[in-house]
Design a protein around this ligand. Sequence first.
Ligand code: 13P
Length: 257
Amino acid sequence: MNKRKFLIAGNWKMNGGPLEAAELLEGIKNSKKEISEEVDVLVCPPFVSLGMAVNYLYDSEVQVGAQNFYYEENGAFTGEISATMLAESGCNFVLVGHSERRQYFAETDETVNKKVVKALSEKLAPVICIGETLEQRKENIHFDLVSDQITAALKGITSNDALDTVVAYEPVWAIGTGETATPEQAQEMHKFIRQELEKIYDEETASAIRILYGGSMKPGNAKELLSQDDVDGGLIGGASLSAESFTEIISIAEELS
Ligand code: 13P
């Protein structure tokens, strides 16, 4: 099958202030002198390190994204950052609806949708994060849940705009736990998500949208996961904080391209 271009994305979460971020980016540049055009690479540092990362990576293929923003344009929203500000800072991507934001910061399907709409209007590609908890999987409601999440996130988004989105399937039980979905479990859910996208849009749109896997992806399991037909990359937490393991995953994606 004609697979989509891989996207290997590092979500640094609340790690990497400007000093640490500079070290990590230097490590990535040193251990990966050239990145194949066949693979897109993205790092998502915390807000305070975005400007530095954009400057540092100006001559590199590595792109910069943010981990969150607020969907209003501007105004009295103390502590928040707008999509316009992210675009102006040189970001091309932004994570939306990560499970940690849903769990700790009251992110809902509704706010996720507002953010997807806003990100697209600012030419930021939203990486829409979805995925079930262990309890939901045990209750066998994981497919319904994921279907609801993706449908809600894309409400009102045209197929043309949907092409600029990325979906990240991140089973909550596999995030930061060392436990990974098996390649079969990942493929099963990714295929399901693609079918849902086809229901919302059409086959052509669904087959063009990248669906990343996230949840304890590391060099040791990346090859098997990325080999699955509907796995188009990774959203990597812990393993993206080491230049060595992150670049190793990029190399694995290059080999599979
Ligand atoms: P880990 O790779 O640390 O499990 O985190 C995954 C994740 O949440 C990426 O967004």
